[in-house]
Design a protein around this ligand. Structure first.
Ligand code: SAM
Length: 212
């Protein structure tokens, strides 16, 4: 299975870090592909905190090249990566981590049994409807399990827009994507029967644990 996101991980320009999300007005928003592949200091700090929140197996929805899956494994958290892009899954497996090529809205192993489901580093945008996505992720969880969600500290509320990936002159087809600001978190949690249990902010990045 290939998807538009394979472009972000395979194009040479993307590997060097130049890759953007483009909206219908032509606005470009840089995608941190270099960080998804290599991580950075803030990322390490964020993952360290998230690892401390994890008390059992985690599923990383839209795992990309797998650095979060690998880092959580190294910290003793059994983690499975799920991604729709075959390139991302291959890169995750090349790190010695487990990953499967699936759509997060399709059937996934361990439905209703995971301790934690992760939507990090932009992944709250998957599908263009964060309420639907969070409800779907919540169905993966065992009783008492938590969702760990990253929001965009540069946004307010939530927005859905048609988007495509641009790497230099190469563009993908349009697909729905959304951004969610910190102020939208309580409403997002509530509509999935959850509450914001705790948050962590590192530099410009913010994650929240949504507990039952
Ligand atoms: C914004 S990128 C983030 C990558 C990853 N979280 C990271 O930090 O490296 C979004 C990821 O979600 C994946 N994705 C998008 N839609 C998906 C879907 N419906 N099902 C599974 N994966 C999806 C893409 O292939 C991509 O790897």
């Amino acid at each position: 299975m290939t998807c538009v996101w394979d472009e972000a991980f395979t194009h040479p320009a993307a590997r060097r870090g130049r890759c953007d999300l483009e909206d219908a007005s032509g606005n470009l928003r840089p995608l941190p592909v270099h960080r998804w592949v290599h991580g950075d200091r803030d990322d390490d700090l964020l993952i360290g905190t998230i690892a401390g929140w994890c008390t059992g197996p985690a599923v990383d929805l839209g795992c990309g090249p797998g650095r979060v899956v690998e880092a959580l494994l190294q910290r003793g958290v059994p983690t499975l990566g799920v991604d729709g892009a075959t390139t991302a899954v291959a890169m995750t497996r090349a790190r010695g981590a487990a990953a499967i090529t699936r759509d997060v809205f399709g059937d996934l192993p361990g439905e209703g049994r995971w301790s934690h489901a992760l939507l990090l580093d932009g992944n709250i945008g998957i599908g263009g409807d964060p309420h639907r996505l969070v409800r779907r992720a919540a169905r993966l969880l065992a009783a008492g399990g938590s969702l760990i969600v990253e929001v965009d500290t540069g946004s307010a509320g939530w927005e859905r827009r048609a988007t495509r990936i641009r790497t230099g002159s190469v563009v993908t087809e349009w697909f729905p994507w959304s951004t969610v600001g910190p102020d939208a978190l309580p409403g997002l949690a509530e509509r999935a029967g959850r509450r914001v249990h705790r948050t962590v902010t590192v530099g410009a990045r913010m994650c929240a644990e949504l507990a039952p």
